[in-house]
Write a protein that binds this ligand. Structure first.
Ligand code: MRU
Length: 344
């Protein structure tokens, strides 16, 4: 994706260093964060300097490769095992993180170079899967189409292209008249901050929708299709995605609007039989009680937006049951939730 005329990936690795677009500073500043140590990369996953299933999968793979490259000559095995555990404890829900760590760990048992090569392969596959999802998902988008998306499953959430937004980019490039409704996605505002920034950057017409306005918008007949991403998909098709996705799926069924999930097969977890097996991350209530943004003079500030003395809950994801999902757009094609076993 081009930013200010320069081609960027969301995250990449050169030598022992990992570089990533700092998503905590978007949309106010475009800054590249550099990590020279697997522990710093872990911290960047935890504090969401990089976020989104595919991007944290790539970050976790790169962190595992960094651990192999920086392992001391003494107690190497202990160091690597500790690094693997540290990476696996950064964030619990996105399947891609665990998928990438396993692949790079196995490769690294041969040599540090094999770990590095495998981490690069995981990132490259993320890009080709995202492109293929764009190609298949484009078939669902009519010549003039209003699309709602939730959170950010665009190129910032992956290494490039994205999942939910990839079909939109493909359709836009094909000359279709697409319009995107971007859910703001409280509490962290990935829709208002990141999806809107991406769409602005790509020149795609869009508007930000308050999270509470979905049903109103659907009732106006101004939405043709909903496409969201996924963080983990169970064997029966139940899908964990950003908090608030579930309620959009319920509303979509009420209004008869097709509801699609877009995700690569690296997001599927057949060890989870149903959605109730998926671990849902609980984040700090600070993210609900405080908000950050620039004031009228352009200075970035964090302010309290809730009554002092109150606490809050902050589940980061919810699970949409398979029976509310019209179809899943993967790099291998579009399937019904019940067809998942045929993919593997
Ligand atoms: O908490 P995040 O921002 O890492 O959440 C991930 C997401 O962006 C969404 O759930 C997304 O729709 C799926 S990940 C591509």
């Amino acid at each position: 994706m081009k930013v200010n005329g320069i081609e960027y990936r969301t995250i990449w690795m050169e030598g022992r260093s990992v570089f990533m677009i700092d998503q905590n500073r978007l949309p106010f500043e475009f800054v590249i964060f550099r990590s020279d140590d697997y522990r710093t990369t872990c911290q960047a996953i935890k504090d969401m300097t990089t976020r989104g299933a595919g991007a944290i999968g790539a970050a976790a793979g790169f962190a595992m490769a960094q651990a192999f490259l920086m392992a001391p000559a003494k107690n190497t095995e202990e160091f690597i095992q500790q690094a693997k555990t540290d990476i696996q404890h950064t964030r619990p829900t996105a399947r891609n993180l665990f998928y990438a760590v396993e692949l790079v760990f196995e490769a690294g048992l041969k040599s540090p170079k094999s770990a590095f090569d495998m981490a690069q392969q995981v990132a490259a596959k993320d890009i080709s899967d995202s492109r293929a999802i764009g190609h298949f998902g484009n078939e669902l988008i009519s010549e003039k189409c209003n699309i709602l998306t939730h959170c950010n499953a665009g190129w910032l959430a992956f290494v490039d292209y994205g999942t939910a937004l990839s079909p939109i980019y493909t359709a836009h490039q094909a000359g279709k008249k697409v319009f995107v409704w971007a859910d703001e996605t409280r509490p962290r505002g990935q829709g208002a901050r990141l999806t809107a920034w991406e769409l602005n950057n790509a020149g795609i017409p869009h508007q930000i929708v308050p999270d509470t306005a979905g049903a109103w918008l659907m009732a106006q007949g101004k939405m043709d299709i909903i496409i969201t991403g996924a963080d983990r998909i169970a064997a029966n098709g139940d899908t964990a995605n950003k908090i608030g996705t579930f309620e959009k799926a319920i509303m979509a069924q009420y209004f008869g609007i097709p509801f699609y999930i877009a995700a690569p097969t690296s997001t599927f977890d057949l060890n989870c039989k149903t959605g109730s097996d998926i671990v849902i991350e609980q984040r700090s209530d600070e993210e609900v009680l405080f908000q950050s943004g620039t004031d009228e003079t352009g200075v970035l500030r964090k302010i309290r937006v809730a009554s002092p003395g109150s606490t809050a809950i902050n589940p980061a994801f919810d699970v949409t049951p398979a029976n509310l999902i019209t179809g899943i757009i993967t790099e291998k094609g579009i399937l019904k939730p019940g067809e998942i076993p045929s993919l593997f």
